[in-house]
Design a binder for this molecule. Sequence first.
Ligand code: FES
Ligand code: FES
Length: 219
Amino acid sequence: MSATPEDPRAEQPESGFLGRPLPRRRFLALTTAGAASLSLARIPAGFGAESPAPDPQGAGGCKVSLVVNGHTHELWIDGRSPLLDVLRDGLMLTGAKKGCDHGQCGACTVLLEGRRVNSCLVLAQSCAGDRITTIEGLGTPEALHPMQAAFLRHDGFQCGYCTPGQICSAVGCVLEGHAREPEQVGEFMSGNLCRCGAYPNIRAAVLEAAEATASLPKP
Ligand code: FES
Ligand code: FES
């Protein structure tokens, strides 16, 4: 059946800028070129694939003092470095994981002044002097943090890739007062993805360790 002029399936006339007809191929060529130039314009100078990383001690580099797990580190870093990269590559604290590198998965969660953050989204130089706690600073193999012990007891992981971020986030969730009921834990831990689907066990661990976590000094 062919479409009538009243039929919504009828092809709409092509119109260009100022209402003048514009052939479809020409329109597509223009909009594609526009989108490409817009995305190029958003790339900050110096971030292009062919731009070499700056020498940390040269232009673009800066010196920061980071307080990580109770230790102060004076570091020269590329001023554009996210905290995650400085922790992993500069300080060899590889507990925080790089999952998406876009603030979507929570694998990189650490505590900054006791609040959970996605360290892939935080500029390291903005944390100068702040208290940073990673999974390595929460407990030790001999004296686990209550949240670490609860994750073990409840099998709150399978492959373990998301686990450091889940545990740091769980501590932050408790400190925020968002770990009172299973549904609340589910909602406020939703920024931490677990590809293995260990969510029921993670929830159980967070609920069990909430009281003991809240009674400890703020990390
Ligand atoms: S690596 Fe930071 S949120 Fe995924
Ligand atoms: S335990 Fe494998 S991704 Fe969470």
